[in-house]
Ligand binder design. Structure first.
Ligand code: CMP
Length: 133
């Protein structure tokens, strides 16, 4: 089975959408292999998003990601888990996300886009190790 990391971001936690997002993931037959609620400080968020160092949106993103609780989880499925999750969550920009995707239905802005998911199997392993030992 393949695996990936998904994070429910502070905007979705704040709006009581943890259950809604988990329900969509489970209905799509992903197995929740690990899950927790946690809060990052700004420096931890910078470390998590180190691949975006130098990007103009990084500061705003890290302020937001450290603004409240988040729910990281490890998801498993048959086949290409990373690609399947990214299809279910939709494009990074919710305005470009396909109808029926999590970001299309739930996200409020490019930064407050409700969920993060790993973009490659290699990054998935790094991101899983960041949150789960
Ligand atoms: P995420 O999947 O968490 O990965 C990086 C995040 O940066 C992304 O979702 C968005 O929330 C945020 N972001 C803000 N502005 C941009 C942008 N112009 N391009 C890509 N990501 C952006």
């Amino acid at each position: 089975m393949g695996r990936s990391l998904l994070i429910i971001k502070p905007d979705a936690v704040e709006r009581n959408l943890i259950g809604e997002i988990l329900s969509r993931l489970e209905k799509a037959r992903f197995i929740v292999a690990a899950i927790k609620m946690t809060k990052l400080d700004y420096d931890q968020a910078r470390k998590f998003y180190a691949v975006h160092e130098g990007k103009p949106f990084l500061d705003e993103l890290c302020k937001f990601m450290s603004s409240g609780p988040i729910v990281p989880m490890v998801l498993k499925s048959d086949g290409d888990t990373v690609a399947k999750i990214r299809e279910l969550i939709g494009a990074t920009d919710h305005k470009k996300a396909a109808a029926g995707t999590i970001r299309h239905d739930i996200a409020v802005s490019l930064t407050k886009n409700s969920v993060h998911a790993s973009d490659s199997p290699q990054n998935a392993e790094q991101e899983i190790n960041f949150f789960f030992s």
